[in-house]
Structures are given as C-alpha cells and as structure tokens.
Design a protein around this ligand. Structure first.
Ligand code: 5AD
Length: 428
C-alpha cells in the first residue's frame, strides 16, 4: 500500500451543489495546494491524509504530528563546513553519472557534517523526484528449507539444529488474500530458501490462484531456478523478483557460496530483466574481506542491472553458521549506501531492510526513511512460522499497526499509483 501524508486543511471551497467530492486547500511542508477530498464532512482546521492529490480520510492532529515527525526533512546542514571536493560530488550527481572514485569518496563520508550532508541530499532528492511517495510492502516467508550452503545464512543446508517448515500452497494463497483483502497490501514478496519441493507447477498454481482473486503485485524470491522456471512464473502472473547478487566481488562471492557461480547469478538476473520482471536486487554490507571499493562496485552493479528496487542490508552473524564470529555490517555504511543509491537512481524504490531495523530498531526505520529510502517491508509470515525463518537471529518486528493505519487502502487508486511508480523507476 502507499503511505498517505498528513496535511492541515486551510479552506474548503463551497461547490454549492452538494457534490460528494470537495475541493480543499491544504498546507504541508511544500506549501499550500488545492486537492480533492474523497469525503464530505470536512472543515478548515481539520487534518487529513492525502495521496496523489486526493484527501483520503480525516485524522486527529496528534496522529498527524506523529507521522510528520518521521517524514519531515532533516534540518538544514551548514555546507560551508564541507570539504569542497565532497560538496562538488554532491552537486555533480544532479547533472551527470558519478564516477567510481567519487562514489568511493562519498562512502568515506566522515561521521558528522559529511554524513549529514549526504543523507540530507538523498532525502531532498527523494522528496523532489518522488514527492511524498512511500510504500509499505509485505513479505511472506513460506519455506525455510534450502539446498544451498551460503556461509552467512542461518537457513543453509548444513544448519542441522534448526526447525524447518514449509507452508502448504493453500496456506500461502490464503495468507496473501488476507494481506491484500483485509490489510490493504498491494505488493507481496513470496520468499523461501532454494527449495525444490515446490515444483514450477506448484509455484505457478499459487501465483494464478492469488491473481484470480486479488489485485496485487507478486514478487518471487525463491532463489536460483532455471530461466524456464522464471518464464513460467512470469506467464502465471508474477510481476517481480527479489534476487540479490549479494556481492559483486567474485572472489568473495565464490568463497561464501560453495558450489555457486557469480556469473551464473548475474546471467540469471539479466534473463529475469529480459523476461519483463521488475528487478529488486542488491547486496550485503560487512561480508568478510569486503572493502569500500567493493561496495562502490556493488552500487555500480545495481545501476548497471537497471534495478527497479534496491535492497541492501548489513550482514548479521548467525550462531549456526561458519560466520558466527564475524562482526555485523555497519548501520552507518548501510545508510550511506542507501543515500548514494538514491543519488544514482533517483526514482528507484528503496526499502528500509529488516536487517537495518534489526541492528538499529525503530530508529533504523526512521533513519532509513530520512536518508533516501521510500518503502518499508513488513513481515506477514504467519505467526506460527515466523520464529523459524532464522536467516539471522532476533529479526526486527516493529510497530506495523502504527504504520498500517496511514496506508492507502482505496483499491484502484493505490494499485494504480504503485503501477505508475513501478514503471517509472529507473526511467530518466
Ligand atoms: N545477515 C543479513 N542478511 C542475510 N541474508 C542471508 N543471510 C543473512 C545474514 N546473516 C540475506 C541475503 C539473502 C536474503 C534473503 O537474506 O542477502 O539474499
């Protein structure tokens, strides 16, 4: 669903003809504007939630202030204190592609004014290019079985001591119905380990059943399957894939993904793009041996793959893996990468990842959203399974209800807005 934005009603135009739709003037951080209210009972001084130039419902002033605090731009930064080269790079991103060395310089932004300036610039670009378009998406983790043995992942094949589960196809379909029809979600990621128990036919059947009954974008996150599998799923109605390349450093890739190949993964991503999928991809921050230069290459790889959604999170150690003692990736670096991704891909959808929320809690959500991110991804896995999807421990699960109450439920309007923004992502 799209997140709606609060604004104060300054005046209500008297249309004189008792039409159910009223023109109203609202004031928010961008000034005063005339929009249409989708309800009648409205007066000057009221607070409303709006999206796409339409006031959707009235809310209390307290609720309005609570959400505004989260979305309001960062305070003004004193750019006179910035290093001139750094400032030049921030300006250059408006008119041309940044070079690798420039991305590296931004990644080295020091704590304090440089980092503030970088995050604030990303937030400004997000506001200018996407206005206040924020989304809340859902993820359903339907199987924790995995044939791969990725060194960092708690669900790896060799994790013997963990409880594994598989949701039945009808359970998956019903969970999506509930998320869409009752809670208002418009984009759902279906995620699992690389689990071939689910045949192509089973996955396609699940997708078809969902699509028969709900207007929803379905993103598949089911790992490395053949091009043909992805073609079948696309034909069945899947819209996107969430498939990270994890790192663009081949040597690191090969050392942490036994039996897998970086080139094959990238080739599959390119095939997915050709098949017409929306591409959500990204990488991990804080992998063993990863340098700032590698991270710059990761960002460049996202750009070159033409991703519509950028998903980047810190590595978090899991006790049941060979990387149990390797330190977690840094939240500061994750925020810098989020911000630089926004500078390079102004229209992409950038969710705050659960991993960032896990290391920073609710603050991670706010920090992400004011550093260029424009989406949240909520865990909708049924309660009885959720604790067993242990990619890493203590996965964050926050104030979903607080956010959902600001969601835009109006079926068509919300779906259409999303459709338009999805297609625009990455267009220049
Ligand atoms: N820490 C953070 N993210 C992880 N993932 C897997 N293991 C971890 C971990 N220990 C991420 C991978 C994968 C996604 C589903 O979860 O990037 O693509």
């Amino acid at each position: 669903m799209c997140l709606t934005i609060p604004a104060k009603v300054i005046s209500v135009e008297d249309s004189g003809d008792n039409l159910p739709l009223k023109r109203i003037t609202i004031r928010d951080s961008r000034g005063e504007r005339s929009i249409t209210a989708l309800f009648e009972d409205i007066r000057a001084g009221d607070w409303v939630l709006y999206a796409s130039d339409m006031a959707v419902e009235k809310i209390s002033e307290d609720d309005a202030r609570e959400i505004l605090e989260l979305l309001e731009p960062r305070s003004h930064i004193d750019i006179s204190r910035l290093d001139s080269v750094f400032l030049e790079i921030l300006k250059a991103c408006h008119t041309r592609e940044l070079r690798r060395e420039e991305i590296i310089r931004l990644l080295h932004a020091s704590e304090g004014v440089e980092m503030e300036a970088l995050l604030s610039e990303a937030n400004t670009i997000r506001q200018a290019r996407l206005r206040d378009f924020f989304c809340i998406h859902g993820i359903i983790e339907f199987s924790s079985h995995c044939v791969r043995n990725c060194l960092y992942c708690g669900l790896r094949r060799d994790s013997n001591d963990i409880q594994r589960y598989r949701m039945r196809p009808d359970e998956i379909v019903n969970s999506v119905y509930d998320a869409v029809n009752r809670r208002g979600y418009k984009l759902i990621v279906l995620q699992s380990g690389d689990d071939f128990y689910y045949t192509d036919d089973m996955l396609c059947d699940i997708i078809r059943k969902i699509k028969e009954k709900c207007r929803v974008f379905i993103f598949m996150s089911v790992g490395e399957r053949s091009r043909t599998s992805y073609e079948k799923m696309k034909d069945a109605g899947a819209n996107g894939v969430l498939f990270r390349f994890e790192t663009s450093n081949k040597a690191i890739y090969n050392s942490i993904h036994p039996g897998q190949s970086y080139d094959e993964r990238i080739a599959l991503l390119l095939e997915m793009k050709k098949l017409g999928y929306f591409i959500a991809t990204g990488f991990l921050i804080g992998l063993p041996g990863q340098t700032v230069e590698d991270i710059a290459d990761d960002i460049i790889t996202i750009k070159s793959l033409g991703a519509n959604m950028v998903t980047v999170g810190p590595f978090i150690p899991s006790d049941v893996t060979p990387l149990a003692l390797h330190p977690a990736g840094s939240a500061a670096m994750t925020l810098k990468v989020t911000a630089i991704s926004r500078l390079l891909t102004p229209k992409a959808k950038i969710p705050v990842t659960t991993a960032l929320e896990t290391i920073e809690n609710e603050a991670g959500r706010k920090l992400g959203l004011s550093s260029g991110a424009n989406a949240l991804m909520f865990n909708l896995t049924p309660e009885k399974y959720r604790g067993d999807y242990m990619i890493y421990p203590n996965k964050y699960h926050g104030k979903e209800e607080f956010w959902e109450k600001y969601g835009l439920y109006k079926e068509e309007l919300s779906y259409k807005m999303l459709e338009k923004k999805m297609s625009e992502a990455f267009e220049e």
